[in-house]
Write a protein that binds this ligand. Sequence first.
Ligand SMILES: O=C(O)c1ccccc1NCC(=O)[C@H](O)[C@H](O)COP(=O)(O)O
Length: 258
Amino acid sequence: MASILDRIVARKREEVAALKRRGLPPEREKDGPRGFIRALVARRAGGQVAIIAEAKKASPSRGLIAPDFDPVAMARHYQAAGAAAVSVLTERHFFQGGLDDLVQVRAAVQVPVLRKDFIIDALQIEEAAAAGADAVLLIAAILSPGQLRAFREQAAAYGMDALVEVHDEAELESALTSGAQLVGVNNRNLHDFTVDLARSFRLKALVPDSVPLVSESGITSVHELLRLKEAGITAALIGESLMRSGKSGPLLAELAGA
Ligand SMILES: O=C(O)c1ccccc1NCC(=O)[C@H](O)[C@H](O)COP(=O)(O)O
């Protein structure tokens, strides 16, 4: 059976083909890029693991997470509670997200905003820039080192940073070969959906200190965040546990203060 990533990418190919036929909507007015990597590194230099807090309505592993999804209210809460940046899932079919969520969130907060999607084509980078994203996710499992480099350079030409996501040593090699300036280790096994922070610790040892590392997925507690901090990890990308804690929940403030 095809993996979840194969199914997401197959769907994405259809969407990109439709986007090419339709063309991009006119560019919206927006302020300049906010420096995604810069914000993470500055927060870590201040002694805390930087938190990238994610607006996530649903997911393939968990189904519907937030029935009353309000990405703007959530993003405002994230910023007020100390998030260094906000991630917005813009994939529609499997995560029930949308690019409009990103546009609205970007207008409502001052911290940098990451477009979290499955990018397979240059037009999606252009689309992210037009929507006002400060950074894009590039997934090493679905892109060649050549594509990773080309898409990262294209993003940089628009003033956006790229978070290059890896799951294992081979993908990390590909990310570093492509010149990644920010690497994310996804702790989620995309075959059985189990999460294991050990993946972040194992790969951290292989990443040069000059490249900040983000630990992604399955982070739920201050204890886990402190372990990431001890390991020298720059940032943590957290979705589900913050969404479930809600817009007045104390979890993010506890994590951000750790
Ligand atoms: O979350 C999923 O089920 C998922 C499945 C397949 C591909 C990607 C998936 N998630 C995207 C993410 O990377 C997470 O939303 C992000 O790291 C936050 O994870 P979490 O804190 O566990 O919600």
